[in-house]
Design a protein around this ligand. Sequence first.
Ligand code: BG6
Ligand code: MG
Length: 220
Amino acid sequence: MIKAFIFDLDGVIVDTAKYHFIAWRRMANAVGFDFSEAENEQLKGVSRVDSLNLILDWGGVEKTEAEKQALATQKNEWYREYILKMDASEILEGVLPFLDAVEQRGLKLAVGSSSKNATTILEQIGLKDRFEVIIDGNKLTRSKPDPQVFQLGAEAMGLQPAECVVFEDAEKGVDAALAGGFYAVGVGGDNLSHAHHVVPNFKGLSPDTILQALPAQAIQ
Ligand code: BG6
Ligand code: MG
């Protein structure tokens, strides 16, 4: 029986992927190469350090650990310039009514994000207090597609994975949810067909539509 909905943040509640892309691209350009929006898709759900390593590989660039640390810090400073300007107007359409409906249905709400900036973003958009549990990148030792982020979220709510539905925009996020035994709903995005259900966005969506789309044992 489903008791909680766990939301990824970047790409599900807000479109911060565009800010990550601008900041990583600025870093890559400073190092002397560029990468594409298609390549950027592969960074969704991936931790900061793993993203940096992937990007440097694409550019064929080798750096020392100290240099990598400096690049990651610089990228994060550029990224934070964008997120510190965010407000509630950046919450994706349909998300607020959906959260209200989930709460009214008596289900718990949680966030499971790879980002160390997740709490800052939730504060900026005024949603920090809406979630019973927030697991962010500061609490993780393993990045999606490892299920650790969602396992910690379920544990903190005293629930089993099979009692939680995870909402994800990233292929690696859906992989993580499935690897942990969670129900997975893909939101927008490409390459999410392995999720139990896929929705384009939250516009007009009701929690019951989600629950009815899951395998029968999810609601028994
Ligand atoms: C994820 C994003 O939510 O957080 C990734 O999808 C990002 O693109 C990751 O790399 C880590 O974010 P941060 O804010 O800790 O650098
Ligand atoms: Mg995401």
